[in-house]
Ligand binder design. Structure first.
Ligand SMILES: Cc1cc2nc3c(=O)[nH]c(=O)nc-3n(C[C@H](O)[C@H](O)[C@H](O)COP(=O)(O)OP(=O)(O)OC[C@H]3O[C@@H](n4cnc5c(N)ncnc54)[C@H](O)[C@@H]3O)c2cc1C
Length: 596
């Protein structure tokens, strides 16, 4: 080796290397269910990792329930009607095949979770109980009190541990290894030690959550749902779709933000189950205002309808001092509330509000990004070997998501992805040296340069500015001028993000700095999609184009341009199968007044 070769070798970054047949990035319900499917099909060389400890994924925050046409309470329900409700709520922007993949499977998936020990709430006869949820024709939402996600993830993690599936905690993936056509693995770092790691594999399942926390008022944790999954896939060459559709949940907590005890609760979810169990909305004048907006479905109309109604009441001066409205369940018995909504009851009790005797204050909050990564019917992207499932994927929810359908999507797609991957596995990948040298190592060098960088801009300020921008410019009510201004401002924030003041690789500021890198392209995709879609549909409402336009029954696809930047194109949506079309033609609809 001559001296120039020696100095080149010395400059190469050092890192750990892990060889594995399948890497599952994300250990929420979607990642866990994929790994279980693989293990049950005899694939044992699987590694599941997450950026938190085992059992701690965002899924645990899911509250109200999980959908599946079991027909426990309403025997006339069927998977076809579940699919029809999902398409109706999605305003026919959903991919009908994906909707079928989920709705057909769900009765079996619920029974399986039951067998594995999930503590579902039960009917008097001991069956899995089902409750009403917004815009669903029948009682179809199975639940474990109001801690459904926690119970579900515990069940899946126990099952994964019984099957001895390896799990690595506190690892953050920062880039996927791909040449745009084929996956070769992923790179990231150990958040405890700061050590960089290269995962060599030809199959990556991205189950890394969504992008609802791009907004300053949101129901997610601050450090989850920042767009990691979609951003990693986009960077690797996959397409994104439907990014403009962001669900604003009508009932986030509205609090006095100047009060330190209440401030952390701003925007936190008051589960739809409160309305599903009969909760009523009143404005500050004591008027049950949903009678004006939706006399048939009332509080249980679609989330976008109820969210816009609340926003309108507040904008027209009929809101509370904290910018919300009242949600009241006090006509129910205390024992009923404690049994059906134990976590909500306790939360408000701790804050000095008694749900059995008084109303709580609520206002819309960012809850779920319907868009995500474009995948085929098994969850595979156009990059060979790269799968994206759960909240990271697009296609099931269309322009608006039915409550209870995202937990359903996680397990349904976990199973089909596992089925597709299992027969293909033939040992660890073989990442080419060219990819290591041209993609992985320069990335490790960039990460090292970002750590301890003494830049001019504070990470949390840039992070918060992106969230403020999205709320202001791509929130519940949108228009061309504001969206365009948002895009321009995002350009300024991109500049600031390139010169941030960042701590070491084990610091919180480093994690947030990586998140800023994920948030920027995802925020851009939301703004661009919202600008391009010159109509109102589901969760996307344009003040300057207030009607739905049939010409826009198309999905907007976003991809990285060959030379920098982002490009987009549109494609029409496929038609539902005859069975689902029949259910649509039958015109099922929730009859809210059964609840009264
Ligand atoms: C407050 C709240 C209540 C909800 N209630 C319901 C409900 O009642 N019913 C329903 O159907 N849906 C509900 N949802 C939505 C539902 O919880 C989620 O869509 C679903 O749990 C997503 O599961 P997932 O497995 O796709 O992702 P998650 O559970 O978010 O898991 C993501 C995983 O990816 C890991 N990860 C992320 N980024 C990285 C990275 N860069 N590197 C390494 N690992 C990474 C995380 O550590 C985690 O393990 C709710 C959502 C919220 C916020």
């Amino acid at each position: 080796m001559d001296s120039s070769e020696t100095s080149a070798a010395e400059k190469r970054p050092t890192y750990d290397r892990v060889d594995v047949s399948v890497l599952v990035v994300g250990a929420g319900a979607a990642g866990a269910r994929t790994a279980i499917e693989l293990a049950e099909r005899g694939v044992d060389d699987v590694l599941v990792l997450g950026k938190r400890s085992h059992g701690d994924a965002h899924t645990t925050w899911a509250r109200g329930g999980i959908n599946g046409a079991l027909g426990t309470r309403d025997p006339e329900d069927s998977w076809e009607i579940h699919a029809a409700d999902t398409l109706n709520e999605g305003h026919f922007i959903n991919d009908p095949e994906k909707v079928e993949t989920v709705t057909k499977q769900m009765p079996a998936r619920l029974r399986e979770l039951d067998e594995w020990g999930m503590d579902f709430s039960r009917t008097e006869d001991g069956d899995i109980d089902q409750r009403y949820f917004g815009a669903q024709s029948f009682r179809r939402t199975a639940f474990a009190g109001d801690h459904t996600g926690e119970s579900m993830l515990r069940t899946l993690v126990d099952r994964a541990q019984d099957l001895e599936i390896p799990y690595r905690e506190n690892v953050m993936i920062t880039k996927l290894l791909s040449d745009g056509d084929q996956t070769y693995g992923a790179v990231g770092f150990d958040m405890d030690s700061g050590d960089p790691i290269l995962f060599n594999t030809d199959t990556v399942v991205l189950a890394a959550g969504g992008y609802a926390a791009l907004y300053n008022r949101h129901t997610s944790r601050d450090d989850e749902n920042n767009g990691d999954g979609p951003a990693l896939a986009y960077d690797a060459g996959a397409e994104l779709m439907d990014m403009e559709f962001v669900q604003f949940h009508p009932t986030g907590m509205a609090v006095d933000e100047s009060d330190p005890e209440w401030e952390p609760w701003s925007g936190r979810l008051v589960t739809e189950a409160v309305r599903g169990e009969g909760g009523r909305l009143y404005n500050a004048d004591g008027e049950r205002f949903m009678e004006r907006y939706s006399p048939d479905q009332m509080e249980l109309d679609a989330r976008d309808v109820v969210a816009r109604a609340i926003a309108k009441e507040v904008a027209e001066g009929r809101g509370t001092d904290n910018g919300g409205v009242y949600l009241d369940l006090s006509h129910r018995d205390r024992s009923f509330i404690r049994e059906r909504l134990p976590r909500m009851y306790e939360r408000f009790q701790d804050l000095g509000v008694d749900m059995a005797t008084e109303a709580v204050e609520v206002a819309p909050t960012s809850h779920y990004g319907m868009g995500g990564v474009v995948v085929d019917d098994y969850g595979e992207t156009r990059v060979d070997g790269l799968f994206a499932i759960g909240e990271t994927m697009a296609g099931v929810h269309g322009a608006n998501r039915l409550g209870g359908n995202s937990l359903a999507e996680t397990v349904a797609y976990g199973v089909v992805a596992g089925e597709r991957i299992a027969p293909r596995v033939d040992g660890p990948g073989d990442v080419p040296e060219t990819v290591v040298e041209s993609v992985a190592e320069p990335h490790f060098t960039d990460l090292t340069a970002m750590a301890d960088h003494d830049g001019d801009h504070d990470v949390t300020e840039v992070f918060g500015e992106i969230q403020n921008l999205m709320w202001e410019h791509a929130g519940i009510l949108r228009d061309e001028e504001s969206l365009q201004t948002g895009l321009d401002r995002l350009g300024d924030l991109r500049e600031q993000a390139s010169d941030m003041n960042v701590g070491s690789m084990t610091s919180e500021s480093f994690e947030f700095a990586v998140d800023v890198g994920f948030m920027l392209p995802i925020a851009e995709a939301v703004l661009r999609g919202a600008l391009q879609r010159t109509e109102s549909r589901g969760a996307h409402y344009r003040r300057d184009h207030t009607k739905k336009d049939t010409d826009w029954q198309q999905n907007i696809y976003v991809e990285r341009a060959d030379v920098g930047g982002m490009t987009s194109h549109t494609e029409p949506v496929a038609s539902p199968s005859p069975a689902v079309q029949d259910a649509l033609d039958e015109g099922h609809e929730l009859d809210y007044h059964q609840l009264e």
